[in-house]
Design a protein around this ligand. Sequence first.
Ligand SMILES: NC(=O)c1ccc[n+]([C@@H]2O[C@H](COP(=O)([O-])OP(=O)(O)OC[C@H]3O[C@@H](n4cnc5c(N)ncnc54)[C@H](OP(=O)(O)O)[C@@H]3O)[C@@H](O)[C@H]2O)c1
Length: 228
Amino acid sequence: MTEETALIVGASRGLGLALAEEWLTRGFRVIATARGSAPSLEDLRKRFPDRLEVEHADVLQAGTVRDLGARLKDRRLDVLFVNAGIARSNDKTPVDVQEQDFVDMMLTNALAPVRSVQLLDHLVSEDGVIAIMTSELGGITNSTGFWPLYSSSKAALNMLMKGYAAHRPDDRRAMLLVAPGWVRTEMGGEEATLSIDESIPKVVDMIAANRGKKGLRYLNRFDQELSW
Ligand SMILES: NC(=O)c1ccc[n+]([C@@H]2O[C@H](COP(=O)([O-])OP(=O)(O)OC[C@H]3O[C@@H](n4cnc5c(N)ncnc54)[C@H](OP(=O)(O)O)[C@@H]3O)[C@@H](O)[C@H]2O)c1
């Protein structure tokens, strides 16, 4: 059987780094991107020198994503996973937020991930998986108002991905908006309910379970559909 390949965009730390480690442990070849120095990723490369490739991309700089696509033009991906995201002004409202924080989240969490998918999707095999890390907080129906500005950026991400999928009715690939649960990372904070080990292996199982299932779904780590 040929080796499977996953490209993870935004893998310097936190959930992206954990996704890289999990797929490497399962025997995948992994191409992991960072936008700056990524010591943890370099440590991981020492453990998996033959199967981990570290690449550069900043999702806010479309040119770096385009260049990545050009460097990888002869590769075939089984999984493309855009993980990059930020959280700013979590407890603020439209009245007291620094507007730039909201703009930065809309660009990094909504526009840039879907643009990255559009710039890299030609690398993904016909039965591969295209995934973006969203959040349970991106669902409007069940929102409690927690982290309202960040949540809005993830709702916008979900909407942009809906548009992406709607324009590709004949695409056979699985397109997944992935909600990992509330996880203890720099972003999630210490009060988050899950460890990385309680989330990421389930996310990777869920991605595998969706391979070959055409179309867009908004899913949690248990492979359950969430309300939009
Ligand atoms: N933790 C949670 O509870 C939770 C829950 C739901 C969803 N999520 C989502 O899961 C993803 C990962 O979150 P996390 O908890 O692992 O956060 P994190 O520890 O803060 O890590 C964020 C990652 O995104 C990268 N990133 C940020 N801006 C980028 C850019 N412009 N270009 C490329 N990479 C960029 C960071 O790279 P640098 O090191 O260069 O900053 C880092 O690798 C995010 O999309 C987040 O919204 C997290």
